[in-house]
Design a protein around this ligand. Structure first.
Ligand code: ZN
Length: 228
């Protein structure tokens, strides 16, 4: 006599197959019910998965289809354009999960600030994460006062961080460790600039509707260290 397979076992087996590829996306309801702390926690958990080599298998086609008529990202990430520091990858996020702004040295300008205002004030993102990284070429360029046409003015934006770390670090005025300190300081300054320059974002944060944090992505450990 054939043994009957319990329906519950079939359901569990189907569920485990689905969990192999995540096709879920953020909805208006899920975004609305996400707190700023939960949005940040989601990124922290995503980075932990990435660092451990356990990133989710995103069904990108399914996610693209589901988000084609609307997006409800829970966070906005301002990161460097470095090819090794993709915001979506290092935080293991899928299509429609985060706004991703990238520029060499993760510096701030009015266009980026406007983009962050759109992401938070208009589109409902609950967290702004500014993330620099170790061994950043833009930061190294600023430290060595590199000059290259349009790049020169971009690197000028990192000079205040170079100056501050130069004054505070005894003996250490160059090298990878010095540059990583500058990367971290640059992130802190960009976070301060966002607060100082955008009354709209400041108001959201003051009302508890937004969290703004800075982090440093370590290329060697794949982990984001959060900065005070
Ligand atoms: Zn960089």
């Amino acid at each position: 006599m054939k043994k009957m397979i319990q329906p519950t076992i079939l359901i569990l087996a189907a569920a485990s197959l689905v969990s192999c590829a995540t096709s879920g996306v953020q909805s208006k309801a899920s975004q609305a019910s996400t707190t700023p702390q939960q949005a940040l926690q989601s990124l922290k958990e995503g980075n932990a998965r990435f660092a451990a080599g356990r990133s989710r298998h995103h069904d990108l086609r399914a996610q693209a289809e589901k988000t084609s008529t609307g997006q409800f990202p829970i966070a906005a990430v301002l990161g460097c354009m470095d090819s090794r520091a993709s915001n979506e990858l290092i935080f293991d996020q899928g299509i429609g999960d985060i706004f991703s702004a990238r520029v060499a040295g993760n510096v701030l300008n009015n266009d980026l600030l406007g983009s962050l205002e759109f992401a938070t004030v208009k589109a409902g993102a609950k967290a702004i994460v500014v993330v620099g990284h170790t061994r950043c070429g833009a930061v190294a360029g600023a430290c060595s006062r590199a000059k290259l046409d349009h790049l020169t003015r971009l690197l000028d934006k990192i000079q205040p961080a170079v100056s501050k770390v130069s004054k505070s670090s005894v003996g250490m005025k160059s090298g990878p460790a010095f540059e990583d300190e500058v990367s971290a300081e640059n992130v802190r300054q960009v976070v301060s600039q966002i607060r100082a320059q955008s009354p709209l974002i400041r108001k959201l944060e003051k009302n508890g509707k937004l969290i703004i944090v800075g982090g440093l992505y370590h290329l060697d450990t794949r982990k984001v260290e959060y900065l005070n």
